[in-house]
Ligand binder design. Structure first.
Ligand code: MN
Length: 260
């Protein structure tokens, strides 16, 4: 994503979308290119990364991310060597993280082992942009990165406590905000805690849905437009300025992400 950071060239941004999990990924990829929404296409296991890269092809607006989702860590931890092999192929990593929805301690321990290895690999490589899941595990996620991580991490769909959030922010983290967060009072309250220079947008499609509860439709990257409108209301700026702020945050993050 090397487009000019000038606001007049600003674009919409989706830093967390599961492009490969839509019924018709090729159609979604065409939409993304037509609508020019920069999209980080996250994956849930290393074994699907190469196929995603093939699907994306020469698209300008999509960046494939290498992931190993915490809820698949128990089943897929044997793909860690494959993760290491593929990591040099991309600057973007996700979906990774911890999910303590499971109360089974051995499963949490496996998640921590997998995630610690991923953070260590990214730290060694330097300059990676990591989109991170932290449900019920915010403190351990923030601890895993620590203060000296040689890259940037984005807390995706953050739902943890304010203290862990502030700790992450003081360590240089960003957060990515999706439509579901902006629909909830608690989500909006968390976003209000974050300096606007650290806010990015995402959809987490197709998991986040739009429309009514009776007739839900999967969010697509175009739905970041609504998030930008909500951010504008929160910040007291018009939607175009909110879009420019978010895109500028991403552009400067790519420039300053530590590589050494
Ligand atoms: Mn996700």
């Amino acid at each position: 994503m090397d487009a000019a950071a000038s606001p007049s060239h600003a674009h919409f941004l989706d830093t967390h979308c599961h492009v490969d999990l839509y019924p018709d990924p090729a159609a979604l990829l065409r939409q993304i290119e037509q609508q020019r929404i920069y999209t980080v296409a996250v994956t849930n296991t290393p074994s699907v990364f190469s196929r995603l890269c093939d699907m994306v092809g020469t698209g300008r607006y999509v960046r494939p991310a290498l992931g190993l989702h915490p809820e698949l860590a128990v089943q897929r931890h044997r793909e860690l060597p494959q993760f290491a092999t593929l990591l040099p192929r991309t600057r973007y990593v996700g979906e990774v993280g911890l999910d303590y929805q499971t109360g089974v301690e051995s499963e949490r321990a496996t998640q921590r082992r997998v995630f610690a290895s991923i953070v260590e690999q990214c730290n060694s490589a330097g300059g990676k942009v990591v989109t991170v899941h932290s449900r019920r595990a915010a403190d351990d996620v923030v601890d895993a990165f620590g203060a000296g991580f040689r890259g940037t991490y984005i807390l995706h769909w953050y739902s943890g406590g304010v203290r862990a959030l502030r700790r992450a922010l003081s360590n240089g983290a960003f957060i990515s905000v999706n439509p579901a967060m902006m629909r909830s009072d608690r989500g909006r309250a968390l976003v209000a805690e974050v300096p606007r220079a650290r806010v990015l947008t995402e959809t987490d499609g197709p998991f986040v849905t739009m429309g009514s509860a009776a007739v839900p439709t999967a969010a697509t990257p175009a739905d970041v437009r609504g998030v930008v409108v909500e951010l504008g209301l929160l910040w007291g700026v018009d939607p175009a300025e909110a879009r420019d702020i978010v895109y500028g945050n991403f552009a400067s993050m790519l420039t300053t992400s530590r590589t050494s």
